[in-house]
Design a binder for this molecule. Structure first.
Ligand code: UD1
Ligand code: CA
Length: 461
């Protein structure tokens, strides 16, 4: 089989984004635009060359050694961009050219384009689309017999040409030698003063060579992202695809329109995602879970049968049958083992909470290791920070910490120990001990009247 070299154009500044970040690094559904293009190309080509220029260092840092690079120092147009990759193309078979800002094309489409190119034995094949609003795209000009003649850019098009609905998606397959030959003959005598890659098509046709076209089935996949509005449109379309795929695989979405799931997220069957649930980055959710409403989970692993309601989680591992929320925040390096219950207004950070522990209300737990079946009463605070350093706390299994206690780290509460409510614990509590660390209560008989008499009875309501 012929080798296929993919050249992805990603050197442009993306002026219309009005951004400090290179356009192709803007993200949709948790992955940069360019990352989507590269993922689609996986297993379709033998080699990938990224043409970079504007923000080259940032782009190179994002993709590292997974691809080869060609540098375009000055952005003089898409044709000029491909010229920079030319030294790496001679002697190669087929060259697939794609824009780094067109993230929605599917693998099936690209495979179809290659197939059509080979079936028609063409030297070049253009991927086109028929769109309801062709504004901004290069227009496909055909003869009366329907034969492809050339591509005319929006800014160079006549009023009549501007109304043509068939557009260039910016995606092509070329025979390497034919491409290298016409690239040398591109001129920049056009409205934008750029070397247009699109002009290669007319140059090949003028030489009497066969140029084919392949029309996209779903025109929405042609969307090129040039501004923030198109970025939102692309994210919207991709989100629909992701949600559709999950629902078909057995996930219930109460309201797909308000369910935001990144591309690298996996969700098991019989899990229900309630409205306003956002799953970001790399998240794995098991079977039979209830997630949301109003929940954000980032880079976490969630077991089976887990409930997370109205909460924010990042960098966590939750084992099976854990319950979280409402209104909890679980920060990075939190591990909740089987059957743990974390209730309302609880924050946990970098802590390992043993099987079946309960932290039901109003607690902060940081840098702690908690044994199984421990119970932290309402308002338990782990005092992990002395203003300079973080310290660790160990709570033994089956320990019971009474309400409103402070555990001042570093400290260990022994296995099965009992901390009386309202204690401030600064020393280790031995296993099985009862620890009281609060001011002793004093009752003065009859003295309440001294305070109560001075107030008007109205105050007591
Ligand atoms: C381009 C096509 C247009 C097509 C549209 C599809 C040309 C002349 N026009 O227009 O026919 O309908 O894509 O979305 O090819 N780039 C470089 N170096 C440059 C200029 C651009 O690497 O000097 C890269 C950009 O980073 C971008 C891609 O090429 O990823 C397309 O450039 P852009 O300026 O967005 O072209 P369009 O005007 O959208
Ligand atoms: Ca574009």
């Amino acid at each position: 089989m012929t080798d296929v070299t993919a050249v992805i154009l990603a050197a442009g500044e993306g002026k219309r984004m009005k951004s400090e970040r290179p356009k192709v690094l803007h993200e949709i559904c948790g992955r940069p635009l360019l990352g989507h293009v590269l993922a689609t190309l996986e297993n379709l080509c033998t080699d990938k060359i990224l043409v970079i220029g504007h923000g080259a260092a940032e782009v190179e840092a994002a993709f590292g050694r997974s691809v080869r690079y060609a540098i375009q120092e000055e952005q003089l147009g898409t044709g000029h961009a491909v010229m920079q990759a030319a030294p790496q193309l001679s002697g190669r078979g087929e060259v697939m050219i794609l824009c780094g800002d067109t993230p929605l094309l599917s693998r099936e489409t690209l495979a179809g384009l290659l197939k059509e190119h080979r079936r028609t034995a063409a030297v070049a094949t253009v991927l086109t689309a028929i769109v309801p609003n062709p504004f901004g795209y290069g227009k496909i000009i055909r003869s009366v017999s329907g034969a492809l003649e050339k591509i005319v850019e929006e800014k160079d098009a006549s009023d009549q040409e501007k109304t043509i609905a068939e557009i260039n998606t910016g995606t092509y397959v070329f025979a390497a030698e034919a491409l290298l030959d016409v690239l040398k003959r591109l001129s920049n005598k056009n409205f934008q003063g750029e070397y247009y890659l699109t002009d290669c098509i007319a140059l090949l046709i003028d030489k009497g060579l066969r140029v084919s076209s392949f029309c996209l089935e779903d025109y929405r996949h042609a969307l090129g992202v040039n501004d923030r509005s198109q970025l939102a449109q692309a994210a919207f379309l991709l989100r629909q695809q992701i949600n559709q795929r999950l629902m078909i695989s057995g996930v219930t979405m109460v309201d797909p329109a308000t369910t935001y799931v990144d591309i690298d997220v996996r969700v098991g069957p019989d899990t229900t995602l309630f409205p306003n649930t956002t799953l970001l980055g790399s998240v794995e959710v098991g079977k039979g879970c209830i997630i949301g409403p109003n929940t954000e989970i980032k880079d976490s692993i969630i077991g089976d049968g887990v409930t997370v309601r109205h909460s924010v989680l990042s960098g966590c591992i939750l084992a099976d049958n854990v319950t979280v929320g409402p209104f909890a925040q679980l920060r990075p390096e939190t591990v909740l083992r089987q059957g743990v219950k974390v209730g309302n207004f609880v924050e946990i950070k970098k802590s390992d909470i043993g099987n079946n522990c309960k932290i039901p209300h109003l607690s902060y737990v940081g840098d702690a290791q908690v044994g199984s079946h421990a119970n932290l009463g309402a308002g338990t605070i782990v005092v992990n920070y002395d203003g300079q350093e973080k310290h660790c706390t160990v709570i033994g299994e089956q320990a019971f910490v009474g309400c409103n206690s402070n555990l001042v780290a570093p400290v260990t509460i022994g296995k099965g120990a009992f901390v009386a409510a309202g204690s401030t614990i600064t020393k280790d509590v031995p296993p099985g001990a009862l620890s009281l660390a609060r001011a002793k209560q004093v009752n003065k008989d009859g003295m309440a009247a001294r305070f109560i008499e001075t107030r008007k009875s109205d105050d007591f309501c």
